[in-house]
Structures are given as structure tokens and as C-alpha cells.
Ligand binder design. Sequence first.
Ligand code: UGB
Length: 598
Amino acid sequence: QKNLHLLSAEQIELARMLLEMGQSHLFEHWAEPGVDDEEKKGFFEQVARLNSSYPGGLTSYIKTARELLADSKAGRNPFDGFTPSVPKGEVLTFGDNDFINFEEAGVREAQKAAFVLVAGGLGERLGYNGIKVALPAETTTGTCFLQYYIESILALQEDSCRLTQGDCQAQIPFVIMTSDDTHARTIQLLESNSYFGMEPTQVKLLKQEKVACLSDNDARLAVDPNNKYRIQTKPHGHGDVHSLLFSSGLLKAWHAAGLRWVLFFQDTNGLLFKAIPAALGVSATRQYHVNSLAVPRKAKEAIGGITKLTHPDGRAMVINVEYNQLDPLLRATGHDGGDVNDETGYSPFPGNINQLILEIDPYIGELTKTRGSIKEFVNPKYKDASKNSFKSSTRLECMMQDYPKTLPASARVGFTVMDAWLAYAPVKNNPEDAAKVPKGNPYHSATSGEIAIYRANSLILREAGAQVSDPVLQVFNGQEVEVWPRIAWKPKWGLTFAEVKRKVSGNCAFSQRSTMAIKGRNIFLEDLSLDGALLIEAIDDAEVKVRGSVQNKGWILENVDHKDASVPEELRIRGFKINKIEQLEKNYSEPGKFCLNP
Ligand code: UGB
């Protein structure tokens, strides 16, 4: 009351709302008027921000929090009454005719797509000090994840326009969701690298705000321990991306511009774009409103399972069920063994890799109803079994893959399963945790993320008819991995299998100790035999044929210890560095036709 004269009419409204919502404790420790007045204004600025960035405002946040905290205290199961079953989806086999046809359909559709990268997370499990998109996906070329994503989108844009002979001025929109933890460093990475070749206007950053923390079961907002005039906040999760796309007006603009698809993806998957064209083709061909990319999943593996849930009252949905919930859900619904492998050796529930393709028309219709708010959850850590108090403050969270939870049963929700070697190799775990992963399960570390790129490229070249030597087993940072030849190429060289096949002919062979980096669109490998390191770069107007035998001492992987502080962190976390002993390096910077025949 005593501080009212400091406030604008709008701020008085916010104060009234807080009092009505049982938040008077936030003001209890406020100083007399005249003391800390600037801090008090700052408090209301923060409240206004928290209020406007949440669909339905703080009133809605507090009400939902009370309901979810009551459910959590009562131990209510979020899937109560639902029966799980295996949903219908598309299972693809890399390189067969269906795959090639889906890829072609996907490339055609790409010019009607927008891409959204969720990159607001700091990656606490990885323990890396920088932003994750700045990490090299592989160290042969040193391409970081953000560069790989941007170059892949640009390659898709160009391939799509060539295939359809369409409007080559059209740019595929690219949105990056950041947070206070990643925003400035993402801008800096883009600006210091000239946006990796993308027009700056093609990239839009949307920053997610944190949400208020809750200190008890009554959803009393937590006072920041470092400043008594602030509410403590924490990240709300990647589900924020839907409300941000809606409130920013981007979705409407895309819809008006005739776009048909939005593709969502995570920050560190160096294989993703090998799977995107075919998956987009599946969306278009099967007319899926929602298409989740998935990989075969071992029972009890630590990724969610895509599951159909049916309720006797008519509700039904195809949704990701997190791995810790799938086993109890199956047991509670008559599957005595719980989450177990079937005769294929895998769980019948495909593993969610959190790459989603949504059709814009039904998506915008749904968001107009929900304003992009996603079913949330709360995960309080209670002090004791009475569940009356928390060890530390909690908050509501939401996940982008929970979007289908509010859709009607008639919505066309499907999934596309691809081989994990082709589609999924995220960098999430630090070396110590990765070394503890049970043998046979994926490490999801910087080591395995890089090695997976070489393996995928080697397997793709094999499928295209090249001879690629078998890998050798090596141990880096306590993780045993298959080391294939270190083959890397720019997305514009071969984003689809058809494109790779077009560029590899005759008898090409790669020894295990080889390294090859292709940086150019029109480089054709014909009867190339490589035993060493070969680096070729060419402008788009240079057509280069590579023939004959290349042999040199090459590049070798040398172990480094993840605790060795003399080695840069981005190398240390993978457990190896490349010793570049000898290579053949060619750069074609003039237009024309060339033949490299050493
Ligand atoms: N992210 C944000 O942009 N904002 C946030 O507030 C939080 C994260 P994590 P997570 O692929 O194996 C997901 O931390 O959430 C971004 C799926 O939920 O890497 O533990 C962040 O920058 C899970 O079902 O993963 O698990 C990153 O790009 C499973 O599929 C992305 O969100 C799992 O990924 C994911 O954040 C998986």
C-alpha cells in the first residue's frame, strides 16, 4: 500500500492480480517508500515480462501450477485410463526405391518449408562451457553444428528449386529459439561467420523467457535468493517454441506466404539432414499433420517411445511417452513384462528423437485455439514422503513433442522410423557419463557424435557402390567406438542418396586409414582409390572429376585425455585430435571443367 504512488496504473493492476492470486508474501519484506525504489520498479518490470510471455498470463500459470502440484502430491498418473498400443507409421530402409522416392518428394516440398532449431538449452549434461551449436560436429573439416544446419538448409533450398524448376529467389525461413543463456553467443557466432552463407534476413531469433519458480504446493512464487525484489526464474523447456512462433506472428506470415510445413529440430544432431528429405516426403505423401522422426529403440533405452494411447471416452493420441513412464504404463495395462524387445530384438515402440514435422494449416488452426500453450508437467523434489515441502523451488515445464496432446482424435499423427546410424547421433553426455553407458547402448557423447558422421558417410558410399574398408575398434574417453574412414562432405555435395549416387561411379575404394573432405557441389568421384588424406574444394561453377590413386601418410586420430586442460575443450570432450601428417589438397576457384588424376 505504502509504495502505490511509485506505480503506474498497469503496475497497480499487476500488484492486485498478485495479491488476489495469494502472492502477498512477495511484498512482505519490502522496504519503506524512498528506499530501494528503483529495485521495486524493476520488480514490476519483471512481473510484466513474466505475465506477457506466458499464454494466459501469470494468473493462468499459478492456477495450472496448483492443479499440477495437487496431482503430483496425490501421485496421479498422467496416463490414467489410457491403453497403450503400437501406432502406425512408416518404416524406411535406406537406399531402396521407396526411400529414394520419399527423398525426391521431400526435396520438392522443401521450398514450402520453414525450419526451427530449438537451442535455448545450455546442455548441462554435456558440461561444455560454450553454446552447443558452436561445437564442431566433426573435426576433419571443423564444421560446427550451426554451420552444418545452415548449409543443409541452403542445399535443400537449391536442390528443391532445381528439381521443381521453381522460384530460385524463394528462401527457406530459418528460426532459432534461444534463451538468456544462449542468445548473445548465438548472435555472435552468426555474425562472426557471416551467417555461414545465409542471408541475415533469412534467419530469425526468438528468445524464450524463463518462468517463475514455485516454492510450495500452493504455488507461491519463489523470491530470488540473490535479490529480494525479484522472483526466481528457471527455464520452461523446449515446448515454448510453439507459443513463440504463434505470438511472433511468424506462423501467420508463413501461412500467408503459402508455406506448408514447419520442421523442428534439436541443437546437436550431425546426422539430421540425412533423414530430413525422406521424412518430409513421408509427411507430404501420407498427409501427416504431425510426423515424428524415430529410430528403432531397445527396450528400456533412455529415449521416449512413440505410443498410441486410447481412452474409453473416445480420446486417442499418438504421443511420446518418456522411457521412465513407458514401462510402468505397460505393466499397469496388462503387459506383464513391461517394456521388452519383440522378435526383432527391439521394442515395438519406436524411439523418439524429437525432430518433428508439422503441417502448417492444421497447426495454425490448433494454435489459434491454444495460443501455443502446451500441456505442462511439474517435477518437484519433495523433502519427505509427506510431500508437503520441496527441497528446492520447482517450476512448470513443457516439451515441444507434447504438442499433439491437445489434438482431436481425427488428427493425422504419424511417425517415420529410420536407421539410427543414418538419423540420430546427438551430443548430450559428458565423457564420464558416456563411459558408464551400458555396452551396446548409444553413448550420445561428442566422441560418438563425430564417429557416427564418418560411419554414416562410409555406409552411404558403400550403398552407392564404393568399396569402403571395415572399421577398427578404438577407445576414446573410455568409450569403444567403430572408427571408419573419416569421410566428410558439404551438404550441397550430397544431401540425398540420389545425389551421392550421381557423384560416385566406377570402382571407388577407401582404406580404413583414409580421410576425405569434399567441399564443392560438382565434384565427381570416378575410379578413385584413396589410401591417405584427400581434400578437395571447388566453386559451384567448377566441375571436377577425381580419378586414379591417392596415397600418402594421411591424417591419424590421436588419443587425448578429457582431463588434459592443455587441449581445447571441444577436442578434449571427444577424446581425440587429428594429427595431420600428409594430404593431397586441391582448390578449384575458377569456373571450368577439371580432372584430378594424380
Ligand atoms: N531446449 C530449449 O531450447 N529450451 C529449453 O528450455 C530446454 C531445451 P535436451 P531433453 O533426443 O534423446 C529431449 O536437454 O529435453 C533445447 C526430448 O524431450 O538436449 O532432455 C535444447 O537446446 C526427449 O524425449 O534434451 O530430451 C536442445 O536443442 C528425447 O527425445 C533440445 O531442446 C531426447 O531429447 C533438447 O534438450 C533425445
